[in-house]
Design a protein around this ligand. Structure first.
Ligand code: SF4
Length: 586
């Protein structure tokens, strides 16, 4: 690490005492690089594993790495906390301006602990921290209004990030998200609810610094090479042109797109929700996270009429991607792109994770159809596949209803299926709802045993895709999952957007790290990745996560995937092997 690099500075904020202080932790950033590697060590230090996730002692940790602010597409921030959704490791990544703002403010990590007596937001301007009253922002019926008011009140336009919650976070919905820069999210595992439990409406961070590199000439060459690859390679062009919705049609054709709570893999009218259709009909503009030349964020323009003014409209912009079209479209049997956008709008307004919400709505629909829940539970609403208006009402009920069923649904599919029944079709993995890839065993095993229960842990869908052309043994599948997840610990310690992972090869990462003052070799990277992965798993286990208590949903084996029906014996064998491998690391 370069001596004068501020990456080693950690800002501690105590919301109870309204105090803050800065500590230098060079040993942490030398040993674990940054991002997820440093965040898990800070979580170990600051979060007693037995606490309730809504305890004031649950820390919110934001961490970045030495490449952020220096190299392109190193544009993400890691958030870590004890998850109110799963009861163990909470980890979520987001871009926007967050990483650059934390870096420019002069920190490698920010830790927020305690609980404010009244609603508040925090403004961090380099070495100064202000605790602002947010009483008037609390209870606004959508998160965007609060962000607008903070933007108007505070300086730092163009330099700042504003991370804020909506009504769902205030109401402690266990899958509430935190939103930043309007279109980006710390989506999964309930960071928004942890904000809410602390009476914390928002965090603003801004700063202006110069960052050091060891060799400016070499830096310039590498920087140019990276930008060229990120802008011109065919792979990266896909992210810019159609974005991840480009995957809707191929996944649907290969039977990997889950439809109606995975009752089927046949999406009627899939061409009406394809990436091509969204681009042709709705694309208003593309935006990028700060310091990213790719600009994969696709914004749809949705024209909305004013209720009492004929021929007057307002245009709102909504970000859409593959996961949203899956969770709020195919999963609910919705094949109208405008309906999907309306659902995206309500999910944005309420501040809930789109994937968990979509899967919760899908479970509810099937449970209703099977008579497991009735209109008595649903307050006279009848959920129906394809009925977007009905689903919009249900999302509002999840956040605002005082009724028992909706309060339960706000705790996730694991909770409701445990209480009301319907476990066989509860699409949950370690208590987290299913991502949108039914491609084969690797995807499902990856969700089940990934440290975050996310498709991004090991990208099992890509292992499945490769095994479509070349058969694979259970041993190879397990090796591939573990290797990928451990390597991803390095990417997310740096914190490079996963979309840039093929440009940032091991060789390229070592070159960039050298310019940031790290003398590491390829073996060091593999060792550090393995250690970070083990540290995350140890935290999960200390919180009570038991490898023996998680199972794949029965439904997964009933509906053919991209590779056909998933073989249960093969999957069981791979799971047994993976468990042994994980245990050996603990
Ligand atoms: S590729 Fe997309 S998500 Fe990744 S940093 Fe760039 S704009 Fe953000």
């Amino acid at each position: 690490m370069i001596e004068k690099d501020p990456i080693k500075r950690v800002l501690y904020i105590d919301l109870t005492k309204k105090k803050f202080w800065i500590e230098e932790r060079p040993e942490l950033f030398s040993e674990f690089i940054g991002g997820t590697g440093v965040a898990i060590k800070l979580l170990e230090e600051n979060c007693p594993p037995e606490i309730h996730p809504f305890s004031p002692d649950n820390p919110i940790i934001f961490a970045i790495g030495p490449l952020n602010g220096v190299f392109p597409i190193a544009s993400k921030t890691v958030a870590m906390f004890k998850s109110p959704h799963t009861g163990n490791l909470g980890e979520s990544h987001a871009g926007g301006r967050s990483a650059l703002s934390i870096r420019m403010a002069g920190y490698g990590a920010v830790i927020i602990k305690g609980k404010s007596e009244r609603p508040c937001y925090i403004s961090i301007y380099s070495d100064k921290v202000f605790f602002r009253d947010a009483t008037t922002l609390w209870g606004l019926d959508e998160g965007l209004s609060a962000a607008r008011l903070i933007r108007e009140r505070e300086p730092g336009a163009g330099l700042r990030t504003i991370i804020r919650i909506g009504p769902a976070g205030e109401k402690l919905i266990s899958y509430a998200c935190a939103t930043l820069e309007t279109y980006r999210h710390f989506g999964r595992l309930g960071l928004g609810a942890v904000f809410g439990s602390k009476n914390l409406k928002a965090v603003l961070i801004a700063g202006k610094r110069n960052l050091p590199v060891t060799d400016f000439k070499e830096y310039k060459q590498i920087y140019i090479e990276l930008v060229k690859q990120l802008r011109e390679s065919e792979k990266m062009k896909k992210y810019h042109e159609l974005g991840t919705p480009a995957n809707i049609l191929p996944l649907s054709f290969s039977k990997g797109l889950p439809v109606k709570n995975l009752l089927t893999n046949e999406m009627q009218g899939v061409e009406n929700i394809s990436g091509e259709l969204f681009a042709a009909k709705h694309l208003g503009r593309r935006v990028a996270c700060a310091h990213c030349p790719v600009a994969c964020v696709h914004l749809a323009a949705l024209r909305k009429p004013y209720e009492d003014e004929p021929y007057f409209y307002r245009t709102i912009y909504l970000s859409y991607d593959y996961e949203l079209i899956y969770a709020l479209g195919s999963m609910l049997g919705i094949s109208d792109s405008v309906d999907i956008l309306k659902l995206i709008e309500i999910v944005e307004d309420m501040g809930v994770d789109a994937m968990s919400t979509g899967v919760a709505l899908a479970w509810m629909t099937e449970a209703f159809q099977k008579g497991i829940i009735t209109e008595k539970h649903t307050e006279e609403i009848s959920p129906q596949w394809g009925n977007a208006e009905g689903y919009i009402e249900i999302v509002k009920k999840i956040v605002y209803s005082e009724g028992e069923f909706y309060k339960d649904l706000g705790k996730g599919v694991d909770y409701v299926s445990e209480k009301y029944g319907g476990k066989d079709f509860a699409l949950i993995y370690g208590k987290n709802e299913m991502p949108g890839y039914h491609t084969g065993p690797a995807a499902h095993i990856g969700y089940l045993f990934g440290a975050r229960h996310s498709h991004l842990d090991s990208a099992g869908y890509s292992i499945d895709t490769k095994s479509m052309t070349k058969s694979i043994t259970a041993e190879q599948l397990v090796e591939n999952i573990l290797e990928e997840e451990q390597w991803r610990q390095i990417i997310s310690s740096l914190v490079i957007c996963f979309f840039g992972r093929e440009v940032y090869t091991q060789k390229m990462i070592l070159k960039c790290l050298k310019l940031s003052g790290y003398e590491l070799n390829d073996k060091d990277l593999l060792r550090i990745g393995r250690e970070i992965y083990a540290n995350k798993y140890k935290f999960k286990v200390n919180c009570g996560f038991n490898l023996e208590n998680v199972n794949l949903p029965k439904r997964v084996f009933e509906i053919p995937s991209s590779i056909g029906l998933i073989n249960k014996d093969f999957t069981d064998r791979a799971i047994a092997l993976l468990k042994e491998k994980i245990k050996s690391l603990l």
